[in-house]
Design a protein around this ligand. Structure first.
Ligand SMILES: Cc1cc2nc3c(=O)[nH]c(=O)nc-3n(C[C@H](O)[C@H](O)[C@H](O)COP(=O)(O)OP(=O)(O)OC[C@H]3O[C@@H](n4cnc5c(N)ncnc54)[C@H](O)[C@@H]3O)c2cc1C
Length: 537
């Protein structure tokens, strides 16, 4: 039998909170220091070998659609592996589906973001129903009778996997159905009809091309009513205790996100109730989209952190050419460059989460402009980071037993759903165009850093933001990228160690840095950057 040598131990057990300096600093800085105790406990739970195994199992034993029971009755249920339910049990217990609404307090959105950031490193699929439930609350509140009935169940923390009417359940989860096969970005093309039933409720007829987590208890649906596109709540069970007329046609065979079920559905007179004004469906549901877009930023940052932690861990133990990989100068450069990307994404995601904790015009403008901008750029970076981190592990990184293939397959999804890249950048232009104070709010945020490199970059950006050129759709990605880089640089200069801030500015504000990794120039303190990124404990 051959001898096994030069192989790293698995990165477990590992406290995902205590072992991550960047996360701990972000939580404190963005005013959720009070949550450290709970986050530390959650970080320890998530980093246990048995929890890590749940992530593997939930992805290996994927959800199965059961359209009919053994006698031929329609049941339209999806069966999940017990690992999926165990992960949701952990997540709901930590309040990751609704805590900032159930217990509003300064820093509540930041504290929740930290929890989801850690959960996403262990398993991202469960993040989908959690994000939708979290995002649904402001929309549900637009119909007080619906809010009164549903919010207590949404705020509850004892996950209830049973498929039964909500009034019999301990807790509820919410999904949403907007996308139809003829158009997902251009929602005005929706054809699903909402017909009044004569008793104040509506009946839905039509289809949805994507409706994820179909075992949620109710869905926010866009459908055409007499006055136009409207937002409705469609429960899986009718008030009479019957299965609602929601036919699950098939589950999507997805690249990644495999633990989660994403379905194609048809509505055959499904019971639903109106939320908000009839004909103003997009305005009603858009509130939800803002929160789920914030979650895409946190989610992609989390995937990058998971990949980086595995890469640095591996490089600390693996020797090649008589040196640990972490000490090979070119590998140190690659790892440091990935770490910069990850820290910049994390810092901006948590700064953005704080804007969701704050009132006032500046916070509102920041949320409006920076949410789509950050979603575009942070989600775009994740596939590059996960691919490069995979390579750090060499051939072992390409093998399913390492988590790297799963992270890599998961990485593009946050960029596609909840508004794809181009749609986000066009939204940034729209937000800037419609918000007179946008340029000033962004200038205040960026200029605060008082750093000459950022000042020069920001001055160029400000000229662009204030000139008619900003409306050029073909340049929307370029403008958005510049905006995000300026914000990230300002955050790092203000809050990160000099090694990180300097290397980020020199590589991202000028030059080719970030186009591939390992391109940091002479003088960058790569060893210090990697030491900071290394998972501790
Ligand atoms: C795993 C997964 C789960 C999903 N779950 C859900 C769900 O639960 N509920 C739900 O409603 N949807 C869901 N979706 C659907 C998702 O939100 C849509 O796929 C997405 O919004 C894009 O819509 P589309 O697929 O129709 O693409 P299209 O709208 O056809 O867009 C295609 C491409 O064109 C670009 N584009 C569009 N307009 C413009 C323009 N004016 N200028 C330049 N480029 C443009 C887009 O950025 C995109 O890259 C899910 C998708 C995936 C992959």
């Amino acid at each position: 039998m051959f001898e096994v040598s030069n192989q790293p131990p698995p990165l477990e057990p590992y406290n995902l909170f205590a072992g991550d300096s960047v996360l701990r600093e972000a939580v404190k800085r963005e005013r959720a220091g009070w949550a450290e105790g709970g986050l530390n406990t959650l970080g320890a739970t998530l980093g246990k070998p048995e929890t890590i195994q749940l992530g593997f199992d939930a992805n290996r034993f994927t959800p199965q659609l059961k359209t009919l029971d053994r006698y031929g009755h329609r049941i339209d249920e999806v069966e999940f592996h017990p690992a999926w339910h165990s992960l949701l049990t952990i997540a709901l217990r930590a309040g990751l589906h609704s805590s900032p609404w159930a217990k509003p307090e300064p820093g509540a959105h930041v504290a929740r973001a930290a929890g989801t950031y850690m959960l996403g490193q262990i398993e991202s699929g469960v993040y989908c129903p959690l994000a939708m439930t979290y995002g649904s609350v402001p929309t549900l509140r637009q119909a007080s009778d619906i809010a009164k009935e549903w919010l207590p169940k949404i705020f509850a923390r004892d996950y209830d996997r049973r498929f039964i009417p909500v009034k019999e359940k301990t807790a509820a989860l919410i999904g949403m159905g907007m996308t139809e096969n003829q158009g997902g970005s251009d929602l005005r093309t929706n054809t699903t009809r909402a017909e009044p039933a004569g008793d104040g409720s509506f009946r839905l007829h039509g289809h949805k091309w994507f409706m994820s987590a179909p075992m949620c208890d109710a869905f926010l649906i866009l459908a055409q009513a007499a006055k136009g596109l409207s937002c409705l709540l469609m429960p899986r069970w009718t008030p009479d205790g019957e299965r609602n007329a929601v036919r699950i046609l098939r589950l999507k065979d997805k690249l990644g996100n495999r633990s989660n079920a994403s379905s194609e559905v048809e509505f055959d007179g499904a019971y639903a109730r109106l939320i908000g004004e009839e004909g103003r469906g997009i305005q009603t549901i858009i509130e939800m989209a803002n929160y789920t877009r914030l979650d895409c930023c946190t989610g992609s940052s989390s995937l990058m952190r998971a990949a980086l932690a595995q890469a640095v861990h591996h490089a600390r133990y693996r020797t090649a050419f008589q040196k640990k990989l972490i000490d090979q100068p070119l590998m140190t450069n690659v790892l440091a460059d990935i770490a910069l990307e990850c820290e910049a994404a994390t810092a901006l995601s948590f700064r953005l989460a704080r804007a969701y904790d704050e009132e006032g015009e500046a916070a509102q403008v920041f949320r409006r402009v920076v949410t789509p901008a950050a979603k575009f750029w942070i989600c775009k970076r994740a596939p590059f980071v996960t691919a490069e981190a995979m390579e750090v592990l060499g051939g072992s990184g390409y093998i399913e037993e390492s988590v790297m293939p799963r992270l890599y397959r998961e990485a593009p999804v946050n960029s596609i759903w909840e508004g794809s890249g181009n749609v986000m950048c066009l939204d940034v232009l729209r937000a800037i165009g419609r918000t007179p104070s946008a340029a000033d709010v962004l200038a205040a945020e960026i200029d605060d850093a008082g750093d000459a490199r950022i000042k020069a970059f920001a001055a160029k950006l400000q000229r662009r933001l204030r000139s008619p050129e900003r409306n050029d759709e073909a340049q929307a990605r370029a403008l958005t990228r510049e905006l995000v880089l300026a914000l990230q640089a300002a955050l790092l200069v203000k809050h990160a160690p000099a090694a990180v801030a300097d290397a980020f500015c020199v590589s991202r504000l000028a030059g080719e840095g970030g186009s591939a990794f390992g391109l940091l120039p002479h003088g960058a303190d790569t060893a210090a950057i990697v030491a900071r990124a290394a998972p501790q404990g």
